[in-house]
Design a protein around this ligand. Sequence first.
Ligand code: B3K
Ligand code: ZN
Length: 850
Amino acid sequence: MKDASPQTIYLKDYTPPAYLVEKVDLTFRLAPSATRVLSKISFKPNPASQSRDFFLHGEQLKLISAKIDGKSITPEVVEGGIKADVPDAPFIWEAEVEIDPAGNTALEGLYMSGGMYSTQCEAEGFRKITFYPDRPDVLAPFSVRIESDMPVLLSNGNKGAMGDGFAEWHDPWPKPAYLFALVAGDLVNHPDTFTTMSGKEVELNIWVRKDDIGKCAFGIDALKRSMKWDEEVYGREYDLDIFNIVAVDDFNMGAMENKGLNIFNSSCVLASPATSTDATFERIEAIVAHEYFHNWTGNRITCRDWFQLCLKEGLTVFRDQQFTGDMRSHAVKRIDDAQLLRSNQFKEDAGPLAHPVRPESFVEINNFYTVTVYEKGAEIIGMLKRLVGDEGYAKALDLYFDRHDGDAATIEDWIKVFEDATGRDLSQFKLWYSQAGTPRLKIREEWNDATFTLHIAQETLPTPGQPNKVPLVIPVAVGLLGANGDEVVPTQILELTQAEQSFSFSGLGSRPIPSILRDFSAPVILEREQSAEEQAFLLAHDTDPFNKWEAGQLLARDVLLAMIESGDTDDKGYIDALRRALRDESLDPAFRAKLLALPTEEALSIALAARGVVPDPDLIHEQREAFRLSIAQHALIELSNIYLIHQVHGPYAPSAEQAGKRALTNAALNFISLVDGGAAATSQFAGADNMTQEYEALCALLRIDAGQEELLSFADSWKDDRLVMDMWFRAQVACANPADAVAIARNLARHKKFDWKNPNRFRAVFGALAMNHAGFNAIDGSGYDLLADWLIKLDPVNPQTTARVSGSFQSWTRYDEDRKAKAEAALTRIKSTPNLSRDTTEMVTRLLSK
Ligand code: B3K
Ligand code: ZN
């Protein structure tokens, strides 16, 4: 069977399926290189379609036999599948195919790795399992029988008959094929139960390899908290008798929300204090929640086509963000989300990979599981909520679940429930889904006659395929502060709808200081002249935690930009302001840890490019390091105090409270290490009784070019733990001095434990290299060349991971001519590789398009 050749798919060409599926029966006779899949599928003509062409997707399948209504047929083999003549009435399709799970290194479809079988079908992997209308708008109940001598045999839905060498599963909820899953292996379970709001007891399990059984408790607890939260906050109850999670080592992404059988990258579910950092615990909590929340936003209500991906992803990310905020700190979560959006999504929006939250065309849909679709998709929902208010949002969501349960829905359906629930016209707001690029708001202030006016102009720069932009609806949360720090006008939402607009506040006794875009109320860039005094004032007095943090960031950014652009080393009062904030014990430690994070080199590079300056990665690194040293020297008292006072004593817990303290002390440790030669970090490493303290100390040492002994002892302690060894690989590249980063990555790729076919390990080295800004962008092009070599090597094995990591080149046009020429040569070399996958071809073509 031939794979589909590269072909562009357009949203505007959507047509409903010609045939619907009423019921699917599958039997799997598992064998590593020759698994047989028997399918029996009830089809009926779709009254909503004019077409009577019967086409089933299928790739890399060996057809053994096919029947229609019990009569053998020979289907016509076409590009990407088969065609057959079928009756113009309901009929039964039966087929037997053979597939090769052991040879499936792409990790899409049914594959075998580490001795177990597992699946990944989203977006279009089911067609590698059997012939089927593999599109999200074809929904059906599935019954599955697995025949194998593996001890544990799992699929979606509720348990059916089980016996020696077989297991049957039945999923009563109609679902698209992308939510199908099967797992077979020598696994053990960490069991639990959850009683739903209507009193139904649900069996819960996390299935892992024997050695990992001690790493499941946190994941199961996160699952139970997610189930409860979705009942309490969204009124959503779980709908099967059982919910299974399986941990898999070789997995292309974080996790997958298959109905009743979530499959997780083991790095996103397995945790223990000795082997996982606080950041990992938090990430696991969020991903477990995210996948669970998909049961309603994604599974019960799915997407009509893959252009609507943000319908399930944007909403589910928004829900997991709310959950994390409720479990931990809303203020810190908002800062984290804004940082991620700015560093990754704004970058995507500013480069050759920019695309709308709802793209209008694609070649390979896997290339569109992006930070734009996910995170900007979530921001759009946050804006909607701000615009219609909490009550309006709750009403709209209830209507969405009532109206669309069981549907394959669209963004139009989503917008319509908000319009119907709130009476608001959202036609202009909807442009957020179709217009790519980050809006820039230029702010001008005016003070006149006791009236303060904000003049706001919005502009979005052209992006690929979209030269002309229109004004969007932008909720700008604004509060006004008096000179003594009092809030004279509390937060209100200004609704920007035009290219230029003015908003006045009258009856004020004196000129206020505005706090604009509170809580990061919209995913936009603010462009305004603001004095260092005003920034320091807001850092000290703003009642909005996001803008308080933001003021510190802006102040630091402006100092750093001046250092980079003109060598001006005046810190403009930043260090004093920072010291005051560090001493302020009324501030949450987790929040103070955020204050201590300087803008990243990447962020500075973006900021320079936005000013029309060609960034020099080496200079950015050098100046940022110089500033870090200056902070360490001048705030040493505060940093040392913090390091002492906020140490956590007693047994480790991954709680927000303890994690906040460790985040603060470890942020301080990174500065202290610049002046104490690594003494504190060395002793922290030696005395650590949990991975957060151990790993953070190791990173602090690596950042000052020390820690070689610690690296050895770390590897020795953790050589048998895959996930910890991923961290060992990653830390060495991510924390390396940029001058050494490429050589370190090159050497690590020769290490005997560098299992490059494992996506986690590959990303640990090459994902980390791309994150080492000055290292990856080395002037001699060695970073680009090394990455290109490895992408070319990985592509035939695993196109999806290759394509994803190729995105590391997305900012190549930002730099000087030398670097550009080298990056272009590396990309061209990838593009001209014979038989390059469709995934990677699409990515490098987009990266190279000017
Ligand atoms: N829906 C999956 C991602 C599938 C990616 C396919 N390349 C995980 C998630 O977003 O929850
Ligand atoms: Zn998702």
